[in-house]
Design a protein around this ligand. Structure first.
Ligand code: UDP
Ligand code: MG
Length: 310
């Protein structure tokens, strides 16, 4: 591998025409201070605005800027993967373009990884100022749940902003699964990570691409990709209901022996039927989720399709 660059910056962009120039000026200034060779790899994730034109223009002007443009929107995880595959640097850092990942942390992160004591340096938000309260609450809950059911060290408040060495990068690239939930993939590959804490920063321009619903579905994806516990929950629910049913049969027999046959009770019967069919649909749904994931894995489709690159 020709590591002609010291540092590669992998930057996914989706409809970020306003943020790219601001990001480039700031990140370029900070990386220049290192006096080493560095490159930018911007990934245009099927943007519908002027993002691609801005990237073309920047790349024409500056040889350290590269871009990869997807044929459509493949999502941030695919964009990160494309960037990491293309990165030539000895060290690689993944960053959001919207200013929420402060480039000013890069020198400290680099220092930690260059020292050899750590293979990766990540950034962790310790506050969520500027974020809707419900979203923060769900995020906290999600991290707790994820940690419990995957037994992975999924740290609360981590972002995709991380700087890694080659060893760490190759381990990440060796995973070929389609469902790449990087917040859990990174702790799964292990190695030593140093965390840098900082207060949440609001976007410099543009809007977030994540609605609450999108985030919710994304978190379900993460759970299904990294844990088979939901399947166990489905089986245990089935077992509990089975014993409950046997218990009810005894109650009914005793009631008949003591008080004779009674016609009343249809309302409770309907409730039980509704309850049980609800549980059945719920557990069939869980099975379906895993099946759908297996389906996408076996199709072996590429993670992304490149329309243009430089
Ligand atoms: N992004 C992307 N593809 C997508 C959605 C987002 O490449 O489908 C990029 C986006 O341009 C930004 C980063 O991922 O650089 C984080 O997105 P965003 O700021 O919307 O997320 P948030 O910071 O609100 O979690
Ligand atoms: Mg953001």
């Amino acid at each position: 591998m020709d590591n002609s660059f010291f540092l590669s910056l992998v930057v996914p962009c989706y409809n970020e025409e306003a943020a790219i120039p601001l990001f480039f000026i700031e990140a370029d200034k900070i990386c220049s201070l290192t006096n080493k060779q560095f490159e930018f790899i911007f990934i245009d994730d099927g943007s519908k605005d002027n993002t691609l034109n801005i990237l073309r223009h920047l790349a024409d002007q500056n040889s350290k800027i590269h871009y990869i443009s997807f044929s459509r929107n493949f999502g941030k995880e695919a964009a990160i993967l494309a960037g990491l595959q293309a990165a030539q640097g000895e060290y690689v850092v993944i960053m959001d373009v919207d200013g929420q990942d402060p480039p000013s942390l890069i020198p400290q992160m680099l220092e930690a990884v260059i020292s050899g004591e750590y293979d990766c340096a990540g950034a962790r938000r310790i506050s969520r100022i500027g974020e809707p309260l419900v979203r923060s609450l769900f995020a906290k809950l999600f991290y707790k749940l994820m940690k419990k059911i995957t037994s992975l060290d999924v740290v609360d408040g981590i972002r995709d902003f991380r700087l890694m060495n080659r060893k760490y990068l190759e381990a990440f690239l060796a995973l070929h699964e389609r469902n790449r939930f990087s917040k859990a993939v990174f702790p799964w590959i292990g190695f030593k990570t140093k965390w840098f804490e900082y207060k949440n920063i609001e976007r410099v321009a543009g809007k977030t691409k994540w609605s609450f619903w999108k985030l919710f579905l994304y978190s379900l994806d993460g759970i299904i990709a990294f844990s088979s516990k939901p399947l166990a929950i489905a089986s245990i629910t089935g077992i509990i209901l089975f014993f409950l049913a046997i218990f009810s049969v005894f109650i009914i027999i005793i009631r008949k022996l003591l008080w004779g046959d009674q016609v009343s009770g249809w309302a409770s019967t309907v409730c039980i039927i509704l309850f049980c069919s609800g549980i059945q649909l719920f557990t069939a749904g869980i099975l379906g989720q895993y099946l759908a994931k297996i389906y996408t894995e076996v199709k072996q489709r590429p993670h992304f399709i490149i329309r243009e690159a430089k």
